[in-house]
Design a protein around this ligand. Sequence first.
Ligand SMILES: NC(=O)c1ccc[n+]([C@@H]2O[C@H](COP(=O)([O-])OP(=O)(O)OC[C@H]3O[C@@H](n4cnc5c(N)ncnc54)[C@H](OP(=O)(O)O)[C@@H]3O)[C@@H](O)[C@H]2O)c1
Length: 256
Amino acid sequence: MTSPTTDVFDITGKRALVTGASRGIGRAIALAFAGAGAHVVAAARTEEALKETASLAADAPGKIDILATDLRTPESAEAAIHSAAETLGGLDILVNNAADDHDSSIEKTDLAVFQRVVELNLQSCWVMTKAAAQYLKDGGGKVINIASVLGLVGMLDNSAYIAAKHGLLGVTKAVALEWARAGVQVNAIAPGFVDTAMIGNLKEDEALASYVRKKTPMGRAAQPEEYAGPAIFLASPASDFMTGQVLVVDGGYSAQ
Ligand SMILES: NC(=O)c1ccc[n+]([C@@H]2O[C@H](COP(=O)([O-])OP(=O)(O)OC[C@H]3O[C@@H](n4cnc5c(N)ncnc54)[C@H](OP(=O)(O)O)[C@@H]3O)[C@@H](O)[C@H]2O)c1
């Protein structure tokens, strides 16, 4: 007999699409889901890196299929949902994780950069969530939006990213209410600094590493794998009475 404590985190056989799964947090979540017995479609632009993600799950109880696509345009974002649902035979879990960053003041940021960031980090998440409705509502599903502490507070020189992440938390709350009685939970994770390509190279850039240590109460960046547990929680029955919420996993950053 299995213990009830274990069962609440069970996602065996669940069908999940994880975007931005060619590296970083998305890869860690895709591998965790496959390790927990889910069937995953890992999406991103770089086919070789996606193949590596899939090969890392070769011995897992679940499985990872790949989908090489640029999710920036609404057409490709919508097509990705239908393609994943066809591969998986439905869709139970959507993880909107793919994102882009920029690093300049508002005066130095071109409108084109603002649009590029918002198109991927906000618009494509909205489009994919909308396209996933028909699948997620068929038996109850989960949407997990990977936002940021920069969806809660500001920071210097990152206005497009910050606008998009604040918007993503707005979408999380709004769609959670719309789907609350349809058995679909919509929640977000807000990471703090994570040791991925997005923030740069912490091993080689001592100024960056020192900034991250100083800004984070726990004195370090997270590793991508530290988002596996929070994602499994939000994908599993353990979070069935939780919707429209943000799980902040930031080493204490936002508690300051
Ligand atoms: N790292 C941090 O400190 C941090 C902090 C807070 C929040 N976050 C959030 O966590 C999430 C994951 O970030 P990360 O740190 O893991 O970043 P990352 O290592 O840069 O990974 C980003 C992922 O998104 C994919 N991607 C980028 N542009 C894409 C596009 N146009 N179409 C499809 N896929 C695309 C990338 O793959 P391809 O290049 O192969 O397309 C990659 O798999 C993001 O939402 C980010 O905003 C990160």
